[in-house]
Write a protein of this length. Sequence first.
Lengths: 118, 113
Amino acid sequence: QVQLQESGPGLVKPSQTLSLTCSVSGASITSGNNLWSWIRQPAGKGLEWIGQIYADGTTKYNPSLKSRVTISVDTSTNHFSLNVSSLTAADTAVYYCAGGLFRYSEWWGHGTLVTVSS
Amino acid sequence: DFVMTQSPDSLAVSLGERATINCKSSQSILYSSNNRNYLAWYQQKPGQPPKLLFYWASTRQSGVPDRFSGSGSATDFTLTISSLQAEDAAVYYCQQYLAAPYTFGQGTMLEIK
């Protein structure tokens, strides 16, 4: 059974950089068929796809965030990470890490609430 | 970007009745090379992450009850619950994954009447 768990700060100041980590168990980050994603959801709103990383390190990002977002993998610890720079209040959301054997997400973390506020 | 539009935004259905949720893509998400529709459906209950219900528009994820079905092709898709159960109350999302960004519909809230 594949399990994902997000970790990171719950409160970040405007203009700072958010760093989140997703720990994966039950699957290998570097398995050729696995894809890993970050998705966010502002309170009471819908889902926004942030980006995805392939096992070979190839990334795809949402153009609306692309200049501020970096997704990376750490093979030594079997986790992947999200960095979002130049934060504003509009980045306040529940951030989910997710994964699967293709571009849709069959495995999800529980989500972590990130609030951007001074 | 592919714009995914769901209808209705919300609906209330009685227990045991049929519920139908529609999803329309601004462009075809049928990939001609493999004749597959790059569409997924998710269910999200309050305080929980989304749960994958269908991929390739109509392939049911393991463990999803067979009262749920997915259909459609190209730009028009439907999620149907044949006999609504109390535990089906949730928000449902469609997502296209043909071309990044893999956009979601705005969601449809399904309530029990």
